[in-house]
Design a protein around this ligand. Structure first.
Ligand code: ADP
Length: 430
């Protein structure tokens, strides 16, 4: 199971990493393509712009060609060998002329560039920057925008000035698409891995629970049924033969053992069932609590056990077997998980907002809050050196939970380490 889980997680992680690196490289390629395209369009736009400026009648600009291969402008003469070179030189010196005479209109270049871009399906509005030799901005088309982070290659302009023009774009749309794609991919794979782990954990828990459960029930049968049967027989013989002098005590022990035997049978029956069936009958709550408490007073002489019932309560409709088991289990735990020389357990029975309330308080070792949910699982026992020596099967609270669920009631716990625990159980009155 662990190996399959490990391999699946490894494969999922590998797929995820491959996806991420593939998306990332695709994004970089796309970004590079975008930069190349917008840069070449910028170059073309600058050429078109300068050609258009040359034809502009207001610009009094002159240059000449000497002997077909000497380009002459003001005091500058450059040797050229082709019409392309001539065109290039013309554009450079025209730029110098425009810049020097403050005739450079960057907005005109901007509108040409936008037209070129939109013809290629790019609708973003870039900002154009004119920069000097030391990369300082001299002119720009819009106010500074921090959101534009994708820049074109700089295009050189000017013969004397050696300026550059650069355009800045927002991140192109595919950039966002891939970003969200990546996020969705992560969410999908994350939830998939989560589900897989959860499934593995559930299967593991189920297997473990089934194993513990069958072991525990077998243990319970072996440990309780047999000794109880033996004890019942012995005490029964003693009573008949009138062997020990204090017959009353023996009778009481015998009666209690019979009750414990009943309870054991009941618990075994209950644990083998998924749901309990409650048969409500009017019970004499005073007598019920008195019987249970006096049994513990007799068996646990060092402990102090009190109970209190609200006066107006008489015969609540509860069942007469499971209810006393719940009380007995809580008293037993309150004394068992207690380090005080005189353990104290107080039981309260009240009525509140349509519920019977059974509250059992003890001054024991307390229960850590992180174990509150777990202690109701069958066969769960808190792993603590203070409770190692205490006998138990981890069934008492599981049983109490089953009974409470059958009543459609609820259990709450309040506990402070080394000070005590309060179990409050609500049984709806119907
Ligand atoms: P058991 O007592 O047989 O172990 P329970 O289901 O009654 O089984 O209790 C489960 C665990 O909860 C116990 O092992 C114990 O650690 C803890 N526990 C239950 N009741 C108390 C209590 N009143 N005070 C402290 N710990 C308790």
């Amino acid at each position: 199971m662990k190996i399959i889980g490990g391999i699946s997680i490894f494969l999922l992680t590998a797929i995820m990493l491959l996806q991420v690196s593939w998306l990332n490289s695709m994004r970089n390629t796309k970004l590079h393509e975008f930069q190349e395209k917008s840069s070449s369009l910028l170059q073309r736009s600058i050429n078109d712009f300068l050609d258009a400026e040359f034809m502009y009648p207001q610009h009094t600009f002159s240059c000449s060609m000497l002997d077909n291969h000497i380009f002459h402008w003001k005091d500058t003469s450059v040797h050229i060998s082709s019409p392309t070179e001539f065109h290039f030189m013309l554009q450079q010196v025209l730029y110098d002329h425009l810049y020097k005479n403050q005739l450079l209109n960057l907005q005109r270049l901007d509108s040409i560039y936008k037209q070129q871009l939109s013809r290629q399906g790019i609708t973003d509005t870039p900002v154009l920057y004119l920069k000097n030799e030391i990369d300082e901005t001299i002119l720009q088309t819009h106010a500074q925008s921090t959101h534009r982070t994708v820049r074109t290659n700089p295009v050189k302009v000017g013969y004397e000035y050696k300026h550059t023009i650069v355009a800045l774009f927002h991140k192109p749309p595919f950039f966002h698409d891939t970003f969200w794609h990546l996020i969705l991919e992560f969410i999908f794979l994350g939830s998939f891995t989560g589900c897989l782990l959860w499934q593995l954990q559930m299967t593991k828990n189920k297997l473990q629970t089934a194993k513990i459960q069958s072991m525990g029930i077998a243990h319970l049968e072996h440990e309780l049924r047999k000794p109880l049967a033996t004890l019942i027989n012995i005490t029964h013989d003693w009573i008949i033969q009138e062997k020990p002098s204090d017959k009353k005590i023996l009778e009481l022990i015998h009666a209690r053992l019979l009750k414990i035997s009943d309870v054991t049978e009941m618990m075994l029956f209950a644990l083998k069932q998924d749901e309990l069936k409650i048969e409500r009958t009017p019970i004499d709550i005073r007598q019920e609590l008195e019987t249970t408490v006096s049994m513990f007073r007799l068996l646990k002489k060092h402990a102090r056990i009190d109970y209190q019932i609200r006066e107006d309560i008489n015969q609540p409709l509860l069942d007469n077997v499971y209810f006393s088991c719940v009380v007995a289990n809580l008293i037993d735990n309150g004394i068992k998980y207690n380090k005080k020389p005189k353990p104290e357990v107080r039981i309260y029975f009240e009525k509140e907002a349509g519920n019977w309330i059974l509250r059992v308080e003890d001054n024991g070792i307390g229960i850590p809050s992180k174990a509150f949910n777990r202690i109701f699982r069958q066969f769960y026992r808190i792993e603590d050196k203070r409770t190692y020596s205490k006998t138990g099967f981890g069934l008492g609270l599981a049983f109490i939970k089953k009974v409470t669920d059958a009543y459609k009631g609820s259990i709450t716990i309040k506990s402070i380490q080394e000070q005590g625990t309060v179990f409050t159980i609500k049984f709806p009155c119907i």
